[in-house]
Design a binder for this molecule. Structure first.
Ligand SMILES: Cc1cc2nc3c(=O)[nH]c(=O)nc-3n(C[C@H](O)[C@H](O)[C@H](O)COP(=O)(O)OP(=O)(O)OC[C@H]3O[C@@H](n4cnc5c(N)ncnc54)[C@H](O)[C@@H]3O)c2cc1C
Length: 385
């Protein structure tokens, strides 16, 4: 039924158990004190979660993308922040796997698979995240080094990751501009400062920061791959898995919201009957479940296409667009069903309502997803061409 291999199903069940037994009892406290979930992250490392998208010989597990998506969904069902803590890490591992030199794969991937080395990606700048070709961070070649100057905005896990995939201009005069963009794999050496933590509506516990690069020197071999100027295309491909991950996070939040609402609607009574028997509430539940199921199927479709090695930006974009908009609506309807208690910080529903909007923004806004989908529809000659 799940379409996963038996061992993959066992991994998903293990993560679901972890969520029930370890995450749910502490999530309220961690969320409302905005505390980094150190112990839970350590458990996730021990469970091999940081390596799920890293195949052998570099990783030990290496599951299908459908399984990876299911694990992400389970974690987000417990607390979206936990799933968000390894989204960028996965994108960077795929970038290195698909575009890195052999020496880079061997240097980074085994330690990334265990979570000993955590990675993040730095694309967005204070001046904008959607128009990446307009970025201003420049890496100028100086002897055997690059000298980097610029700043990045909204970088998740910036404090706790030791490896950053930095999107920057290695040729500021390139025409078109994307041909002058490269990715550097950098550590936190002098000149690289995490300058500030950014306050957020949701996605609590995990830091999202501003980065500043001031005459930061990175060795020439920090370049991802063999040649400069490929970074934009590399990152666009990397974002395919990133968008599947964000869509799965949305599905997890939506599932939690539906589960809570379904339970509450059977327990709570008004006018002498459980509220789900009032047609308006029943209709909400029916619509929530239908949107959730459609989201899960779109994620599955994108994951299968990704694993088939086919271009999947349209499929990942559709999954991310639909699942994140659905999660917003489902979280709001769960709040309606809970009445006044939906607005209480003693219930989880208000957290879903604060976490859901991130998925309409992260990994490319939904306006940008629509641009991607429309462009692909035209260039592929239709939906099923
Ligand atoms: C909590 C959080 C964590 C994040 N983590 C990371 C991270 O780890 N790494 C990272 O690099 N980034 C990260 N981001 C940044 C995120 O990817 C960007 O916020 C997003 O890409 C949008 O960029 P922007 O905020 O600069 O908005 P802008 O690009 O300024 O867009 C503003 C508005 O204009 C719209 N718009 C812009 N261009 C177009 C267009 N061509 N067509 C239609 N509409 C358009 C946008 O959709 C949006 O509605 C994170 C953001 C948040 C909030």
């Amino acid at each position: 039924m799940s379409g996963l291999q038996e061992e993959e199903q066992a991994i998903v069940e293990l993560v679901a158990k972890f969520v029930e037994e370890e995450v749910r009892p502490v999530v309220q406290e961690l969320e409302h004190t905005d505390t980094y979930p150190e112990a839970l992250i350590e458990q996730m490392k021990a469970m091999g979660i940081f390596g799920l998208a890293i195949p052998r010989p570099y990783g030990e597990v290496g599951v299908s993308t459908a399984c990876y998506a299911k694990v992400t969904e389970e974690l987000a069902r417990g607390w979206m922040s936990l799933a968000g803590a390894f989204g960028g890490h996965t994108v960077v591992s795929k970038l290195i796997l698909q575009h890195g030199r052999q020496e880079q794969r061997e240097r980074y991937l085994p330690r990334m698979a265990t979570g000993e080395l955590r990675a993040t990606m730095a694309l967005t700048e204070p001046g904008g995240g959607s128009d990446l070709q307009a970025m201003r961070t420049v890496a100028r070649r100086d002897g055997d080094d690059y000298v980097v100057n610029g700043s990045k905005m909204w970088i998740t896990n910036a404090e706790r990751s030791q490896l950053t995939a930095l999107l920057c201009r290695t040729d500021p005069h390139a025409d078109p501009p994307h041909k002058g963009i490269s990715i550097l794999l950098v550590g936190k050496d002098p000149g690289f400062t995490v300058s500030r933590r950014l306050p957020k509506l949701g996605f609590k516990g995990v830091e999202t920061c501003e980065l500043v690069f001031e005459d930061f020197r990175a060795p020439a071999d920090a370049l991802l791959g063999a040649v400069e100027g490929k970074g934009f295309a590399q990152m666009m491909q990397g974002l395919e898995i990133g968008r599947v991950q964000v869509a799965s996070r949305a599905v997890g939040v939506a599932r939690a919201a539906l589960d809570d609402a379904l339970r509450y609607a059977q327990e709570r009574e008004a006018f002498g009957k459980p509220i789900w028997k009032h047609q308006s509430i029943g209709n909400y539940l029916a619509d929530m479940a239908t949107k959730l199921k459609a989201s899960q199927l779109l994620v599955r479709h994108a994951a299968e296409r990704y694993d088939a090695g086919e271009r999947s930006d349209m499929e990942a974009g559709m999954a991310k667009l639909f699942a994140s908009e659905a999660a917003m609506e489902i979280a709001l309807d769960a709040m309606r069903i809970h009445g006044g208690y939906g607005y209480s910080t003693e219930f989880d529903v208000e957290r879903y309502f604060r976490d859901a909007p991130l998925m309409i923004i992260g990994e490319g806004t939904n306006e940008i997803q629509r641009n991607v989908i429309a462009r692909q529809l035209v260039s592929r000659g239709g939906l099923d061409a």
